[in-house]
Design a protein around this ligand. Structure first.
Ligand code: PBG
Ligand code: ZN
Length: 341
């Protein structure tokens, strides 16, 4: 290149042609059209998954106090609401009433339970909408833990697997396209895959929340789902925020167990994990912009620290850039709306 005839140290340096003033990075940033041509990542309706809280009973639509702009709806209300849904995919999270919770979370296994009823209502109105369901017991147990407890109060991994497998079968039989075990039990993907295959539900996919950290960013969700543990925490099964290698190992184990999708959760402060997992697997990866990230942005927007559209689209675009194929976000409807203008 032009470098050849030049004297001195610069001619020997690899990549020296990339130096100013021959190279000017601003050339490709000069106008909107040029900027669009060189844009590497983009956001579309196809990438977004809206989490939806489903309440028991009928005729219920309640604002979630910890998450301004997010609602809990009963199955019948959801059936009407879905007609106007813009996102192509929803993630259903069941929120049973307190008097329906017990030690083993048995309401999670009922074929006429909250999530199966919501699934039927959604699929009746909009069969093309993809429905993913959260498979974990913490919303259904009286103690708020993600599984059944041993007499000494620990989450009993192996006894919980059968319940998770059954819960996934109930969801898939009611029409779930994808089941998403989020409890971080060892062997959960294998147990669920076997259960689905044995019951003729071999076409239901599994999205494993394999890289799920024990995060303070779930705080507002636990208010929404009434799923806080009544004692202790989730650190015996969820990942330590400090651990990168362990997260990758856990995710790859769930791939070997038969997961069709992997997930990183939370997304926002864990983009390094997302980016490394993208290199380590060929599976699709979803990332969850969790309740705490949502609440943080909402509060800052309300305080006029940010412009909603700019900050929300940037935050989700960056999650995609880090390696996510799909982003689960409470902003999904709002973003679909913006993408249409
Ligand atoms: C249930 C579950 C949680 C979230 C999704 N599924 C909470 C938890 O593990 O404590 C958090 C999602 C969010 O904060 O938006 N296991
Ligand atoms: Zn749980």
């Amino acid at each position: 290149m032009a470098r050849l005839g030049e004297a001195g140290h610069r001619k020997h340096k690899e990549g020296a042609a990339d130096m100013y003033p021959l190279t000017r990075m601003r050339r490709c940033r000069r106008g909107e059209g040029l900027r669009r041509l060189v844009q590497e990542t983009s956001l579309s309706r196809d990438d977004l998954i809206l989490p939806v809280f489903v309440a028991a009973g009928t005729g219920r639509k309640e604002m979630v106090a910890s998450m301004p702009g997010v609602w809990r709806m009963s199955a019948d209300v959801l059936g009407g609401w879905v007609e106007g849904l813009r996102a192509g995919t929803v993630l259903l999270l069941g929120v049973p009433d307190a008097d329906d919770k017990d030690e083993s979370g048995s309401a999670a296994l009922r074929e006429d339970g909250i999530v199966p009823s919501a699934l039927r209502a959604l699929k009746e109105q909009r069969p093309e909408v993809v429905v993913i369901t959260d498979v974990c017991l913490c919303g259904y147990t009286s103690h708020g833990h993600c599984g059944i407890l041993t007499p000494s109060g620990e989450v009993d991994n192996d006894e919980t697997l059968g319940l998770l497998s059954r819960m996934a079968q109930v969801h898939a039989a009611a029409g779930a396209d994808v089941v998403a075990p989020s409890g971080m039990m060892d062997g959960q993907v294998q147990a669920i895959r076997e259960g689905l295959d044995e019951s003729g539900l071999q076409d239901a996919a599994i999205k494993s929340d394999a890289a799920k950290f024990a995060s303070a960013f779930y705080g507002p969700f636990r208010g929404a789902a009434h799923s806080s543990p009544s004692f202790g925490d989730r650190r015996t099964h969820q990942l330590a925020p400090a651990n990168r290698r362990e997260a990758l190992r856990d995710a790859l184990l769930e791939e070997d167990e038969g997961a069709d999708w992997l997930m990183v959760k939370p997304a926002m402060p864990y983009l390094d994990i997302l980016s490394e997992l993208r290199e380590a697997t060929l599976l699709p990866i979803a990332a969850y912009q969790v309740s705490g990230a949502y609440a943080m942005l909402k509060h800052a927007i309300a305080a006029r620290a940010f412009v909603a559209r700019d900050v929300v689209t940037e935050s989700i675009l960056c999650i995609k850039r880090a390696g996510a194929d799909a982003v689960i976000t409470y902003f999904a409807e709002q973003v679909c709306d913006w993408l249409e203008d």
